[in-house]
Write a protein of this length. Structure first.
Length: 151
């Protein structure tokens, strides 16, 4: 149960383990990023916390889940807003409240930073997470996302 875990901000000592979790999460979406790229991004967030934040669900001193929220300047939301870029819970911890606790902590962190809103997207193959977001007052926005790689 979640009582066996705690949610904390990313610390430098967790970068390696958290990068490994993000690598697993991205692989579920068929996105390949090297551990070095992920570590670099996490190190940048620690050095530039105004850009966003990473929260880690810890159990027995090991990460059980992670969430990353990025800050964006949104005209749609009238100011600084957030994008919940990633939320990932290890399969063995799913259904035990870890995702709910991470999401609540992200919403609290975004509110503390004065962000006007928090946007996210759900991969079509990960529909199981939709009830989590609905329970937490997220509502669907019917749009189609496009992306263009620039590298």
């Amino acid at each position: 149960m979640m009582s066996e875990s705690t949610i904390k901000p990313l610390g430098a000592d967790e970068i390696e383990a958290v990068a490994a979790l993000f690598e697993m999460q991205l692989a579920e979406h068929e996105v390949q990023r090297s551990p070095a790229e992920l570590r670099s991004g996490l190190q940048t967030l620690l050095a530039e916390p105004q850009q966003g934040f990473v929260l880690v669900a810890m159990s027995a001193r090991k990460p059980a889940g992670v969430a990353y929220a990025a800050r964006i300047l949104s005209l749609e939301h009238g100011g600084w807003s957030g994008w919940l870029e990633e939320l990932y819970v290890l399969p063995e911890w799913r259904g035990q409240g870890v995702g709910s606790a991470l999401l609540a902590a992200v919403v609290a962190g975004a509110s503390e930073r004065g962000w006007a809103a928090l946007d996210l997207e759900v991969d079509a193959s990960h529909r199981r997470v939709i009830p989590l977001y609905a329970r937490n007052r997220f509502r669907p926005v019917h749009r189609t996302r496009f992306v263009r790689d620039l590298n």
